[in-house]
Design a protein around this ligand. Sequence first.
Ligand code: CA
Length: 232
Amino acid sequence: MYKPKILVVEDDPAITNLIRTTLDTQDYQYHTAKNGSGALMDAVSYNADVIILDLGLPDMDGVAIIRKIRGWSNVPIIVVSARSEDQDKVEALDAGADDYLTKPFSIEELLARLRVALRRSRTEETAPQTSSSVYVNGNLTIDYAAGCAYLDGEEVHLTPIEYKLLCVLAKNTGKVLTHNYILKEVWGSALASDTPSLRVFMATLRKKIEQNPSDPKYIQTHIGVGYRMIRQ
Ligand code: CA
């Protein structure tokens, strides 16, 4: 059986040990790097299925590493950062990271994020973009060609903005999208002042697709960061 390969980039030995111990309990192979230059070399040579990247490295800015990797690879990147580095986390997601963990994190949290990332990399490998003109996730269906969304087979009446918003989230299922990213995709620009209107459209969209909008099952909120479509 194939064992997924994880590249762990972290300069703090205690965190590296926690991640190693966690990965040892699973059927994962891993390789560790302690700095940015090592990470970039390993990103090329190790051919990882997922990269876990600490943003605070001694020699290089984590966001710069993400941009470099994104120049040639779509490998899922999970960013690890301290709470005080919230703005870096948002920047990292905008640069193309897929997800984030805030230190201190639990083993369960780490494993859950890894499962999401691995599922995402597998889906991308097996489903070429061209064949995905219909999106199915639980009871939710989007027919991209017709420009319609359905819940339990019933058409959901969405405004053009709600539909665009839903499509952006659906096309990035499993991935945390920042407010900025969503604003740019839906409205073509990202002003911080637009964030409240994004919240309003998100609320109306949730009313239409979520059974219980106050306990959403499709669209998850990441406070201060953005939103994520959950695979059902
Ligand atoms: Ca660090």
